[in-house]
Design a protein around this ligand. Sequence first.
Ligand SMILES: [Zn+2]
Length: 71
Amino acid sequence: MSSLTGHLTCDDCNYSFEWMAMIPEYMLTRSYTVHILNKPIANIYGFNENEYRLCIYCPSCGKNLFFVYER
Ligand SMILES: [Zn+2]
């Protein structure tokens, strides 16, 4: 399975962390390198040809953060 990784800073508590997300096969239009890493998992809740929309809970304060990953 393919994955995304990135870096995010929480709006609320300013905690910075690395995240990763698994991309379901049907969302793929090109291949990605697979990294299996021990990071918080973001959920992909939307996508189009330009971007993925993701959400993740801040590991520090628990706020639900929404962000965009440009593909
Ligand atoms: Zn936070």
